[in-house]
Every structure is written in C-alpha cells, then in structure tokens.
Design a protein around this ligand. Structure first.
Ligand SMILES: [Zn+2]
Length: 187
C-alpha cells in the first residue's frame, strides 16, 4: 500500500544504530533490509511536512541491561561509540529530530517515551497518530508502540520497517507478538 501520511501524523524511527546491524555487538537478523523502507518513509514525511523522530539507545558503561550487570545483552550502543551511531545509510536530514534514550545506568528504557519529553513534544505539535518502525520488534519498537497507545496516540506499526529482536540470552522477548494487538501497514 502507498504511504498515507497526513497532517497530525508523526514518524518514529526506533534505534537504527550500527550495533543492531550486521557487524554490531547485538545484531538483528536482516536489519539492513529495513533501511531503504524507512528511508522511503522519511522522504515522504519530509515532503508532507510530517515530523520525523529518530531515537537512539545511548547507554553508559555498565548499563543494567548488560551481561556484566546480570542483564540479557552484551554491551551495545555505548555513548559516543561507533556502534551507537545511526546506520550510515539512514536518511537523516537536518530536520529529523533525534531522541536519546537509555541513559539511566540502573533502569532499562526500551520505550522512546520512557524518560524523554517525546509525548509532550508530540502533543504540542498537535500530533495524534504515529507510524512506527525500526529495531527491534518485540523490544524497543513495541515498547514504544505500547507507551504511545497509553499516551493516547493512534499507533500504526510499519510491518516491513522492523525486524524481530535477537534471541540472544533471553528466555522470552517482552513484546514478542506485539503486532497481534496493533494496527499494521505494509509499505
Ligand atoms: Zn539497549
């Protein structure tokens, strides 16, 4: 289906960072396949004056989610590291808003709404509906979608703009089947 962005929408691109891509410390299978899809959405959003928010995980050393702290993940997206950079092919125009998250050393913050001012920013702009994609489904993408619903936004998951979370050292992915309760759209 074609893009259906309209005024009152925003596009949320979750954590398309090098550590979540092949060669990174916590790679998501097939992650790079979503980049051209997301770039198409970003270009369309810019053309229609729909605001774009790109989040990034930005962890301090010894973050609670790391193996050394008893968490499930190898260190990833360390503040200022190469792995924390956005994927170089991601289309980041200067007017894409960057949202930094995951900075608290003792708290997991999967959702882009957790500990950020995003909800208030979106409301101030009159945003009512969010289109969400990025890395990875079952973790940060769906945690964000769930919080967005709680915050009263209409939420649509861009199904071909996300990929499942890595089955690393974790028994169950927190939001593994989150697409079952969300409206979905395939580009
Ligand atoms: Zn993380």
């Amino acid at each position: 289906m074609p893009y259906t962005l309209k005024p009152g929408d925003a596009l949320i691109v979750v954590d398309v960072q090098k550590d979540y891509c092949p060669g990174g410390t916590l790679p998501v299978k097939d992650a790079e396949a979503i980049i051209s899809v997301i770039n198409g959405w970003i270009a369309e959003a810019i053309a229609r004056k729909v605001p774009v928010y790109a989040s990034r995980d930005w962890h301090p050393r010894g973050h609670i989610s790391f193996l050394e702290r008893g968490g499930p993940w190898p260190p990833h997206c360390l503040q200022g590291s190469d792995g924390a950079r956005f994927h170089p092919e991601l289309l980041l125009f200067q007017w894409v808003n960057i949202v930094t998250k995951g900075m608290h050393p003792h708290r997991e913050q999967n959702s882009v709404f957790d500990g950020t001012a995003l909800a208030a920013q979106l409301r101030r702009k009159g945003i009512e509906r969010l289109w969400i994609g990025g890395l990875s489904k079952g973790l940060c993408v769906c945690a964000t979608a769930l919080d967005a619903c709680r915050e009263g936004f209409e939420v649509i998951l861009i199904a071909d703009a996300t990929r499942p979370a890595p089955q690393w050292n974790i028994e169950s992915i927190p939001f593994e089947n989150c697409e079952t309760w969300m409206e979905q759209h395939t580009t």
